[in-house]
Design a protein around this ligand. Structure first.
Ligand SMILES: NC(=O)c1ccc[n+]([C@@H]2O[C@H](COP(=O)([O-])OP(=O)(O)OC[C@H]3O[C@@H](n4cnc5c(N)ncnc54)[C@H](OP(=O)(O)O)[C@@H]3O)[C@@H](O)[C@H]2O)c1
Length: 178
């Protein structure tokens, strides 16, 4: 659909598929934050308006060193920053991301969440980097969407022990479209 462009979902979920609670991420896993940075730096990152706003809580709004493409239905939504653009459909965001990717000399566009945007982009995604955080979050309110294991193949799984200050062990898992 987007010729020559790789669409890469980058997410982390608990063992019961939670990705968020009250507009925050309910665990601490420093290695996963480093992984997210490595995957997304110098690449366009598409995210939903709610995820973009949640970055404020983490003190990183917008994500530095990469274009932030924010998807919203709100016609009057604006954010005045050279690295931020606002889009009113996934299609528009993907087209703009393709242009930015060419300017940045990368073939990859990242999808940075949250659940609504992961769900919208799964049908066009080529790769899913889904870190499994080994904990159960009983009061989570946002979940990674189900995807068919007939259509996706696990190609990498690497276990990491929690570092000092982390709240759980985790595994880096990569899925490629089968
Ligand atoms: N663990 C992880 O890897 C991870 C990653 C990212 C986010 N999160 C968490 O996920 C949660 C947020 O996820 P979420 O699913 O609630 O929200 P989201 O996907 O970040 O954003 C949803 C918003 O996107 C816009 N939108 C959705 N579909 C659209 C469409 N077809 N056209 C135009 N705009 C559209 C709407 O914005 P308007 O309402 O403005 O119209 C909608 O409210 C937070 O808790 C966050 O911390 C976790």
């Amino acid at each position: 659909m987007y010729k020559g462009l790789k669409i890469s979902l980058v997410a982390a979920m608990s063992d019961n598929r939670v990705i968020g609670r009250g507009s925050t991420i309910p665990w601490r896993a420093k290695g996963d934050l480093r992984f997210f940075k490595e995957q997304t730096e110098n690449r366009p990152v598409i995210m939903g308006r709610k995820t973009f706003e949640s970055l404020k809580n983490a003190g990183v709004q917008p994500l530095p060193g990469r274009p932030n493409l924010v998807v919203t239905t709100r016609a009057d939504y604006c954010f005045d920053h050279p690295d931020v653009s606002i889009h009113h459909s996934m299609d528009d965001a993907l087209h703009h991301a393709a242009k930015l990717a060419a300017e940045l000399d990368t073939d990859t566009v990242c999808i940075g969440g949250g659940a609504e945007i992961y769900k919208l982009s799964l049908p066009v995604a080529d790769i899913i980097h889904l870190t499994e955080i080994h904990c159960m979050i009983e009061d989570g309110d946002t979940f990674f969407p189900d995807f068919s294991h007939d259509e996706w193949q696990e190609t990498r799984r690497e276990y990491r022990k929690a570092e000092n200050g982390d709240t759980a062990d985790y595994s880096f898992v990569t899925w490629q479209r089968a």
